[in-house]
Design a protein around this ligand. Sequence first.
Ligand SMILES: [Zn+2]
Length: 841
Amino acid sequence: MHTVSQLIDQFIPEHYDLSLTLEREARRFSGIVTIQGTSQANARHIVLHSKDLAIESVTLDGRSAEFASSDNDELFITQSDFQGGKHTLVIGFAGQISDAMHGLYPCYYEHDGIKKELLATQFESHHAREVFPCIDEPAAKATFDVTLTTEKDITVLGNMPVVSQVVSDAHLITTFDRTPRMSTYLLAWTTGELHRKTATTKSGAEVNIWATPAQPAESLDFALDIATRTIDFFDEYFDTPYPLPKSDHVALPDFSSGAMENWGLITYREIALLADPATTSIASKHYIATVIAHELSHQWFGNLVTMQWWNNLWLNESFATLMEYIAVDALHPEWNVWLDFATMESIAALRRDSIDGVQAVQVAVNHPDEISTLFDGAIVYAKGARLLRMLQQYIGHEAFQTGLKTYFKSHAYSNTIGDNLWQALGEASGKDITAFMNTWISQPGYPVLSVSKQGDQITLSQQQFFTGPHQPSHKLWPIPLESPCSEMPELLSTKTETITRHHQTPLRFNVGDTAHFITHYSDELLAKLIDEVREGKLSPLDRLQLLHEQTLLARGGVISSATLLPLLDAYKHEQTEAVWDIIGIAISELKKFVETDAVAEKQLRTFTANLARNEYTRLGWTAKPNETEQDTKLRANIIGLMIYGEDSDAIATALSTYENTPIEKLDPELRGLIISAAVRHGKDATIIDSLLKQYQASSSAELQQDIACGLTSTKDTVAIEKLLSTLTNSSIIRAQDTGRWYVWLLRNRDGRSLAWQWVRDNWSWIEKTFAGDKSYDDYPRYSAGVLSTKAQLDEYRQFFTPLSEVPSLTRVIAIGIVEIEGRVNLIEHDGQAVRDALAKL
Ligand SMILES: [Zn+2]
């Protein structure tokens, strides 16, 4: 890919005066922007970003100017006597509103039987240039005065509070207060019919949660409480007050990613913001809280202090991912969110980062077009967050917080690189953070620490951990051992080390699961740990970590997958929900070995039901008065495993509950499972059509998600074909949700080959719909996460290899091939042993 020079090198904007007229029904907009700035002394012209805009007029310092558009979204402006220095540009322009979900785009919804629309924006990473000419780079911070002309009788939101609204004929003219110095990718507007709930933070900032009238008012309350208290928390934690007078949060019916941290006007998918008390599960509330905390942390880290260039975007996202847990833990300590960190972030990071060819956390970015090609969420968000957490543990929480306070004070309203943060944290802790962190962020992968014991001699050694085929590696990392045994060193930076142990403190590593490595204990040490699991001596986090690390070691061929069966048996008295998440994952790991062997599959199902039976008996189907949220969430896990285990009581109860309860009255915790069981095991021939109808009629994104989960679990080939043919119909399934439907059908063994065929048959539609979008590479990624036979590997190679020339797909396809190959080899290598072990149970 070619390198594009950064336009801020030739022209530094200071202030924009932007006036836009939005013609929603005509699907067009027009505007005038006045830009004040300074061009370099020897400049011959000014170059701005402008993409797909019709430029109608340009004046430079009050006189008309020559202008020309070039490739690379650039607009050249000059005059015959042009000289560098301070300039004022006035540009008239117009553009189209399209469905692409970036730039300026419509969102569709229905209320009281009437089809309606909002207009919204999405500018990250470089889509502001699709709406007005500007220097569209994060370092080009400027102030903005914005005026929007829209239809009347609607709500008009921008980054700043409204200073005036005037109605003129059929139009509403809204002027916003001037913004502080900020980057273009953080500008945003939303217009349309919206209702809200409002609160005020302790420091006086106004917080509003907004949604379309199709959403009930009560569904805004939960987000309002979380957002207000999160700002209070960050005000104190960062010791820098929330930088703007207000904080708007808007739920958009169509939105490509989960949420976007636009300064003062955060936009969300409806499912990531709205919690209707009647239909929202506990897990959804936790999800909403973490998304809000994530976006709010960006209001400081990302918006107030912004990366110099996109190569440091990982720092924004890793930081926000860590802060979402720190904030939610402070607000709701009883949720035990660090267990969620382990089951969500750690697993995503450890799995992805074990594949040869995966990217490092920090990689070079020449052009923002490359961002979607290089920013793998499991690495940039999850691994990055794990690395920052490792650093927080390594220097101590207090030094971490002190360093951040200094960082915000020194760099507010300006731009930074990663080293600025390392420096602030280094000064606060007195440690050399730059060298330590740069090894971790620049090397892909992570080490497995092998531990063995001979008498009082303990040998530690590290080597890179892989799942699947790989090149030999000699990489080393400075590993914070986090051992309770005081005789162990703080860091292991060499390949191997032998330590004499004089006393009997527990020999464990990475306690708290805060560092980015896994441990391979010798058989003797592992047996002792498993005994401790049985005796209930380890903490929930320790139990979870042990099982998960063994699952990874099995994936990597370090231990046999068959050993997971006796290990799982040690967990049958487990009562912690997050640990059961990992038990479920370990069972899923085993499913691939039995898919072509009906007897072995039945044995795995029976094993699963037997494992979950203690908890099934304890929890039952209905919530006890005053039971813990933990137990309420766990019930869904357990019932899910019992249904997988084809327990007759669990299936019969699911079916009768479905028959006797209207779908919107089903327990939100169990709804998805009950619908799935009815689809998979019920006798109602019309269920697919009636559920699809309810899916279409519902304005609850969460209910829709559960219906989709149910529908995609069908065994019926005709139904699967019907669902697949619906995927391209965005009037039924929104484009934002297509990927989820696809991956669920693919994970369903009975839907897999048809879904895999669908993605290949419909590639041109996928390309047309998603090519400009971050979700484009989901399709090869999801496919690689599931396909598991030699034939599918060949088909994947054959189909995707020619597509590797598309820059945003190159890496995901290369890794996808390694991932499937690893799975195929593992099934061949461990399959018989797993089936033999099942037969002996
Ligand atoms: Zn983010």
